[in-house]
Design a protein around this ligand. Structure first.
Ligand SMILES: [Zn+2]
Length: 314
């Protein structure tokens, strides 16, 4: 699975490049609320919030097309037929904290995070047609705790080592890591397409202060994890490819030129395309309180990725 040819980015596991992002890690940046530079090809704007992670989570149009090809290969001849509804997703949360206790997320907050995931994927935050029950639910099987200043403060530099050491389960198990990711980054995730080449790196990483009850302003309701799990289940950002086809490869999410921040009403950055920008979608960059739903098309895409890459073989 070396199809992810990414110019200028080290491949996962390169031992001499610990600061470089894994090729397709999707990084969710805390947005400063400033306008991003418009990039008509959908590539990541060179935002001043960009961190040392390497890139901010948008895959290039070529990478996105590559992912789609791999998805279609994975689904094979069954593509288009009804895929089985997903099962409950087992979750292992790895809480990494400083030796003085900073970032030691309580079990109560971990449990609240799991509840937020279940509510988000069950359609509870939205109403009417937007209240999509994706069919996924999440069950916490274990919380592991690790007190280590270096791991906590420099997770990104040590990410390959940490994940290789702590990762549990197979492709069906969601591993969530919490640590201090620095001022500009809320979280990042691997894609299902990465599993075959890097099974131990699979999972999502979120800043500890984004879990419910945390101190991250505007991002303290746990929707960072919801967003990153969306990537973990194969979703792109709603602004993937900007106004250009095929957008985010989901038919019922309106096109969007660039990420939204805050919670802008009536935003329409692709006026030649139907619909206003999906600012309330979990796969945008808006505030936690602004995010309410996935669409049926996104639910279907996640189920396809589950079937193609994550469903346990029986
Ligand atoms: Zn993202």
């Amino acid at each position: 699975m070396s199809a992810l040819a990414v110019t200028g980015l080290a491949v996962a596991g390169a031992p001499d490049a610990p600061d470089t992002a894994q090729a397709t890690d999707a990084v969710h940046l805390a947005d400063a609320g400033t306008d991003h530079t418009c990039e008509t090809d959908g590539a990541a704007p060179d935002s001043d919030r960009r961190s040392s992670e390497g890139h901010d989570g948008e895959v290039t149009p070529e990478q996105a097309a590559d992912h789609q090809e791999q998805l279609e290969d994975a689904l094979g001849t069954d593509r288009g037929s009804q895929v089985a509804p997903p099962r409950s997703v087992p979750v292992v949360v790895h809480v990494i904290s400083a030796e003085d206790g900073e970032g030691d997320v309580s079990q109560e907050r971990v449990d609240q995070q799991i509840q937020v995931l279940n509510d988000a994927y069950g359609g509870v935050f939205a109403s009417g047609e937007e209240a999509t029950d994706t069919g996924f639910d999440f069950e916490l099987v274990e919380t592991t705790r690790h007190s280590d200043d270096t791991w906590f403060e420099e997770f990104s530099s040590n990410r390959d080592t940490i994940r290789a050491e702590l990762h549990q389960g197979g492709p069906e198990t969601l591993n969530v890591y919490t640590a201090d990711l620095g001022a500009g980054v809320l979280g990042f995730s691997t894609f299902p397409q990465d599993i075959e080449s890097s099974p131990e790196q699979d999972g999502v990483v979120v800043s500890h202060d984004t879990l419910p009850g945390g101190s991250r302003e505007n991002f303290d309701l746990g929707q960072t994890t919801t967003h990153e799990v969306g990537h973990w289940l194969g979703l792109f950002h709603t602004f993937q490819n900007g106004c250009e086809s095929p957008g985010d490869y989901v038919d019922d999410t309106p096109y969007e030129r660039e990420a939204a921040s805050g919670c802008p009403a009536g935003r329409d950055t692709c006026p030649d395309r139907p619909g206003e920008d999906p600012v309330n979608n979990f796969m945008n960059y808006t505030d936690d309180a602004c995010m309410t739903h996935f669409t049926p098309g996104q639910a279907e895409r996640m189920v396809q990725h589950w079937a193609g890459f994550r469903e346990p073989q029986v």
